[in-house]
Design a protein around this ligand. Structure first.
Ligand SMILES: CC(C)(COP(=O)(O)OP(=O)(O)OC[C@H]1O[C@@H](n2cnc3c(N)ncnc32)[C@H](O)[C@@H]1OP(=O)(O)O)[C@@H](O)C(=O)NCCC(=O)NCCS
Length: 211
């Protein structure tokens, strides 16, 4: 198993992988492959933290990172970071690959000076990589009341004490705009998605109810 930076000639394959990984998981179909497709041209995208995982001679995993912002109570904006989508091909799920890929990427991010990460995800997976509820670090989620315990909103100081060192006692996180490209331009998304093999969109138990 190898983890290395994504190469431009692999972009389409990695988007196919992302679509396979996310299809019908959080909503009927998925949009994460389009987010990735658009994000590589976004100034928030961090090419040095855009990793693929290879196994059995094929690409089976991918993760990307992004710059993000934390907003303090007085409106001051502080540079921070987030990551995702993270994908493991369905044939390779729940075999430890996702955690290996994530831990590798987190180590590289820390080496680059990424001190703090927050993101939305399932704590049952991310706690294995050191994440906990963001509210425990006084980080609020933009769509919820300040101080609320939001079970899917997670955070981690990659560099211990980073929040304090940066004068952040409490802040609010809003995901970067680039994550909402599919919602902002549904027609462009549909046109892009139609270039992939047709797959059935299903409403399944466990999907997000708001989608
Ligand atoms: C989420 C994902 C990246 C995890 O990768 P993975 O290789 O399947 O996970 P791992 O085998 O490394 O999991 C390690 C541990 O995390 C936990 N875990 C992993 N996926 C989980 C899930 N979907 N729900 C609950 N716990 C999970 C388990 O405790 C697991 O250990 P176990 O299998 O021995 O019980 C992968 O399943 C995936 O691509 N899913 C679809 C896309 C997605 O949801 N991405 C994340 C968006 S936030």
């Amino acid at each position: 198993m190898t983890i290395r930076l994504e190469r431009p000639e692999e972009y389409r394959t990695v988007e196919e992988l992302t679509r396979e990984a996310f299809w019908n998981v959080y909503r009927p179909g998925c949009t994460e492959h389009y987010v990735l497709n658009q994000y590589r041209n976004n100034p928030d995208f961090i090419p040095e933290l855009d990793f693929v995982m290879e196994e059995d001679g094929k690409l089976i995993g991918h993760v990307m990172f992004s710059k993000a912002e934390l907003v303090l109570k007085d409106g001051t904006r502080k540079q921070s970071w987030t990551f995702g989508p993270i994908s493991i091909h369905p044939d390779y799920k729940r075999k430890g690959y996702g955690l290996k890929l994530l831990n590798y990427a987190l180590d590289k991010a820390r080496e680059m000076g990424v001190g703090f990460l927050c993101m939305e995800g399932n704590i049952d997976f991310y706690r294995h990589a050191g994440f906990d509820l963001a509210c425990k670090l006084n980080i609020n989620y933009h769509a919820e009341p300040a101080g609320a315990e939001v079970p899917y909103f997670l955070a981690q100081e990659l560099i211990s004490g980073w929040l304090k060192q940066n004068g952040i006692n409490e802040a609010t996180y809003c995901p970067p705009k680039g994550y909402f490209v599919a919602e902002e331009n549904p027609q462009a998304f549909e046109a892009y998605d139609s270039t992939f093999p047709k797959k059935e969109k299903l409403r399944l138990p466990g999907q997000l109810t708001t989608c």
